[in-house]
Ligand binder design. Sequence first.
Ligand code: ZN
Length: 255
Amino acid sequence: MKESFSQKCKEALTALTIRKKCCRYLWDAVLHAEPSDNTDTAAQIRAWGESCRCDACLSVLIRALFVRYGAMTDPQKRYHLEFTFRSEAERNAAAALLENAGFMMHASVRHPANGKEKWILYYKSSGNMEDFLAYIGASAAAFDIMNAKIVKEFRNSVNRQVNCDTANIEKQLEASKKYIDAIRLLTETGAISKLPENLQKTARLRLEYEQVSLAELGNLCEPKVSKSGMKHRMEKLLEYAAGLQAEMPCTPENP
Ligand SMILES: [Zn+2]
C-alpha cells in the first residue's frame, strides 16, 4: 500500500530527537496513553498542558497530539490539516492548548452515516498550515506546502502569459486585416502593378506574413524600414484601395 502524506509526515516527526526530559515525558505520555471509554481524555489533555515545564514542552506536546490525532492531505492535491477527536470536550481541551501556542484553528463536527460523531479542528489556508507545521518541527511538510504554492503560482503566471500572447496576436490580426483587405482588392483588380515598387513589395510581404507586427514586417524589408515608415506605406495602400473602390460600379458585392 502506498504510504499516505500524513503517515510520512508523522514518521518524520517521530524520528525527531527530543533533548529535554520534561519534553520527552510529555511525548511518551501522549503516545502511550491508552484511552478507553472510561477515560476522560479532555481532562487528560488539560493535565498534559499543565505539565509543560520548559519553553519547548508545549510544541512537543502539540507535535505528539498531531501524531496521535492529526492528519494532513498532500498539498499538491489541496490544503487541509486537521485534528479529529471523539468528543466536544476533548476537542475544546486541545483547542485551548493550540490557542496557547498561537494557533486558532477552525472547529467543526462530522456526522458519519454509520458511526460516531467526530469533533474536528482544522486549517485550510496554506499560510496557517505552514506556520503550524514549522512550529511542531514538520519542516519537510512545511516545505512541501511552500513548493506546492510556487508550482501553483508558476502555472497561473504561465496561463496569464499565454492569454496575453493570444490577445496580442488577435489584436495584430485585427489591425492588419483592413490593410490585407485593401491589398487583396488592389491585387485582384491588377491595380497593384501601377503602384510604386516599394509599395508593391510591402504589399507582397504583408500578404505573406499576416501575423507579424508592422515593426517586424519592416525588419523583413530590404533594406529595413522603420515601423512608422511601414505605417505610412500601409496608409498609402489603403488610400489607393479606397480610391479604386470609389471608381468601381455598384454591384451586390460593392454596394
Ligand atoms: Zn520541556
